[in-house]
Design a protein around this ligand. Structure first.
Ligand code: GTP
Length: 243
């Protein structure tokens, strides 16, 4: 079968309803090829989270088209579309239950082996293995206390368990030290080969090695390219780099 996970934004304009109609995204155009890692950089409020929310069609565009594998998302069954997309939100939400329950997150069919594989990919396995009860360790009110970075790694594992074609990371590595972040990215490259990855980041260092980086400024794409290209051509990118 042909590789999956291509994303195309074609002249996408979007505004939240009742927000005075002011567009949050203006004429956004870019493509992610299957298996590419694409970074999204921009100041706070630039529209990064809004942009990624249009891939699983959480909202409809005002004009322009979002396509997954060449098909307008409006033509796709939303449940099937969302099944193919793993999203790791900015804020990790864990519930009272075991680590396994939290990783499975309703995916009853996931085997212990699949759970562990996902945890290995997300660099969560090593710390889980230090708990006496391992994957049966309880989280939540009466459970163990995890660090922000450990929670983020569980959240990434939760998304990977579903074997998505597209993985969206919404600034979810900010609580990780650079070394852990690098290990997760290397592990994703190795194990999640062929998965298209859209990655919002605060730090340029998080997306420096991406296949391409999209620079958003006040809802507009002001640069698309590799780190080196953008350093040489995109003022906003250089400003973020220097800040
Ligand atoms: P950070 O997460 O702070 O880095 O920002 P971002 O680049 O992800 O921007 P985001 O897409 O979250 O927001 C862009 C603009 O849309 C901002 O002006 C937000 O206030 C606005 N916005 C975001 N979510 C909503 C929403 O659910 N409703 C409305 N009305 N406005 C929203």
């Amino acid at each position: 079968s042909s590789p999956k996970g291509r994303i195309d934004f074609e002249n996408v304009t979007f505004a939240y309803e009742g927000a005075g109609g002011d567009p949050v995204l203006k004429n956004v155009t870019f493509s992610c090829l299957p298996g590419e890692t694409v970074g999204i950089i921009g100041s706070t409020g630039a529209g990064k989270s809004t942009l990624i929310s249009l891939v699983p069609r959480f909202y409809d565009t005002i004009s322009g088209t979002v396509k997954v594998d060449g098909v307008d998302v409006k033509e796709l069954d939303p449940a099937l579309l969302r099944n193919r997309i793993g999203i790791v939100p900015q804020k990790t939400i864990l519930f009272s239950g075991t680590i396994s329950d939290n990783l499975r997150y309703g995916l009853a069919s996931a085997t212990q082996e699949e759970i562990e594989q996902a945890a290995v990919m997300a660099e969560a396995h090593p710390f889980i293995a230090t708990f006496p009860e391992g994957y049966a360790t309880r989280l939540g009110q009466k459970g163990v206390n995890l660090s922000g970075g450990q929670k983020q790694r569980l959240s990434i594992a939760r998304a990977l368990i579903r074997r998505p074609d597209i993985l969206i990371l919404d600034d979810c590595t900010s609580a990780l030290d650079t070394a852990t972040e690098t290990r997760i990215k290397e592990s994703l490259k190795q194990y999640a080969q062929g998965v298209t990855c859209l990655m919002i980041a605060q730090r340029i260092s998080s997306v420096m090695d991406a296949d391409k980086i999209i620079v958003l400024d006040d809802g507009e794409v002001v640069g698309v390219g590799t780190h080196d290209t953008l350093m040489a051509s995109c003022r906003v990118y250089v400003e973020i780099f220097q800040s």
